[in-house]
Design a protein around this ligand. Structure first.
Ligand code: GDP
Ligand code: MG
Length: 231
């Protein structure tokens, strides 16, 4: 993860913070890592993220991308810290420039400890995923990092459709886990939360406990407050 904005202190190979700065308290079994969340626009990524992180961290306006991965939110779980990242550019690739960007984005995906691929359920008459989901699945098909398939919006699907979707997506790509869930209602999210720590690596947290998103977002908020104060 070379392209991430540095927080106050960063994990180093000897698992200590910068000189003179103590990392937060942690047990020997603490786990941490990067979780990449990919999926077509509107599939429910922000909704899931806000639920997982436990607060609204999602950035609603598109911002210029200067890094290969963008930090979306930080989950401070019991005994673990999961840093959720977005990989810009994976979602659409029709022209040569965008195809090049996707190759670049895919290299970034390899840095993730685990990749969450979010799609929507299929209707029982659907044999293959809708085009936008299929494109995302095609993009991640070569990623060697562990991949979990999240079938979101199951609150809009019947039990039959959920089972059908699991079977179909299982054929469409090899995933370490398939998790049907509803980011909106929360159903199935606990199962995902229970799975994530197992994919993280033993080691101290990357961010201090009061960090919930990346520095640029916090600076953005600080800027907003500053503007209000000026008025
Ligand atoms: P993103 O573009 O992938 O970040 O998608 P958003 O999280 O912004 O969600 C897009 C739309 O889908 C919003 O209107 C959400 O309320 C809705 N949505 C997200 N998750 C669910 C879900 O599990 N069930 C239903 N019914 N709607 C959802
Ligand atoms: Mg979003």
């Amino acid at each position: 993860m070379d392209a991430v904005t540095a927080p106050h202190w960063f994990r180093t190979p000897n698992a200590a913070g910068p000189p003179g700065q103590e990392p937060p308290p942690m047990g020997p079994a603490f786990r941490s890592g990067f979780v990449c969340l990919v999926g077509r626009p509107n599939v429910g990524k922000s909704t899931l993220l806000n639920r997982l992180v436990g607060r609204t961290v999602s950035i609603t306006a598109p911002k210029p991308q200067t890094t290969r991965n963008r930090i979306l939110g930080i989950k401070h779980g019991p005994g673990y810290q999961a840093v959720f990242v977005d990989t810009p550019g994976i979602h659409d690739a029709r022209d040569p420039l965008n195809r090049r960007l996707v190759r670049y984005a895919l290299a970034a995906l390899e840095d993730a400890d685990v990749v969450l691929v979010m799609v929507e359920p299929l209707r029982e008459s659907q044999r293959v995923p809708q085009a936008a989901d299929a494109r995302v699945l095609a993009h991640v098909s070569g990623v060697t990092a562990p991949r979990l398939l999240l079938i979101n919006k199951i609150d809009l699907a019947s039990e039959g459709e959920i089972l059908h979707s699991i079977a179909r997506f299982n054929e469409a790509g090899r995933f370490d886990e398939i998790v049907p869930l509803s980011a909106k209602s929360g159903r199935g999210v606990a199962r995902l939360e229970a799975l994530i720590p197992g994919y993280l690596s033993p080691g101290p947290p990357f961010f201090e406990p009061d960090w919930h998103t990346d520095q640029s977002e916090q600076m953005f908020i600080a800027e907003m407050i500053r503007q209000e104060l000026f008025r």
